[in-house]
Design a protein around this ligand. Sequence first.
Ligand code: ADP
Length: 283
Amino acid sequence: MQELIRVSDLTYHYMSNTTVLSNINLSINEGEYIALIGPNGCGKTTLIRHFNALLQPTSGDVTVGGLNTRNSKNIMEIRRLIGMIFQNPDNQIVGMSVEEDIAFGPGNLGLSMHEMRRRVDAAMDMTGLKGLAKRPPHTLSGGQKQLLAMAGLLAMEPKLIALDEPTASLDQEGKKIVLGLIKELNARGIAIIHITHNMEEAALADRALVMDKGEIIADGSTADILSRVEWLKTLGLAPPRISELLWTLQQQGEDLNGHIFTVETAAQEISALLKRVRGSEHV
Ligand code: ADP
């Protein structure tokens, strides 16, 4: 797999001088789907702001597709490659209509009218916003506004989209729509890094990065990390309910596999357990 982002010995402090990120080393490949989790204030937002050169390292380096974020000549291309979505979709809206809003980013890339139209249409198709092309953005629901922000990024044809708690201000329906789109974009080859406090949402990713006090303290498969129920709790993170249920059963001595963290894998395990129990009853 092709490496997209490399973080080498990254340390960062804001003006206040307290170290917010210390000595971070990290590699992210094209097409990955990563959940970034950790307690409030541990540095997650600060880290992803380095990925598109919104922040510059105090020491160390961040490169995107081999381009160093310290070099001002690289910044336009880095911001095209790495899109960012924040918690509040209202702050990300600039256009008077849905299609105008989507066209804003690629409008700065010097594309032909034809190419602009093609990209805006493709972005509306991917996000399901086509029927709303002429709508003023402020009339959209919260979930639709997040889709609009994502459509604007898609029209830039990015390699990675970093989302900072994108569902935090949405209702259940909006959450479902946004999570569905994230999954679909990843299936199309766009890498995702998703900051979330919700471990059920984190479970949708393949890889989990865990931060605490400005450091990455774990980096592994979500299956592995989200099944560490007790450990997640010590960080103040609520494990997925399904992990907790199965973990509790394991503690009670039930013969269950240690890596269960989705409804589907839990159902398989419980079903296998029940078969074993029924089998022994017949003996
Ligand atoms: P997280 O996303 O994990 O909640 P942040 O990256 O937002 O963490 O914040 C990490 C630390 O940096 C916190 O202690 C926060 O108060 C501090 N911080 C964040 N933004 C700024 C800023 N603009 N100026 C000074 N300190 C900041």
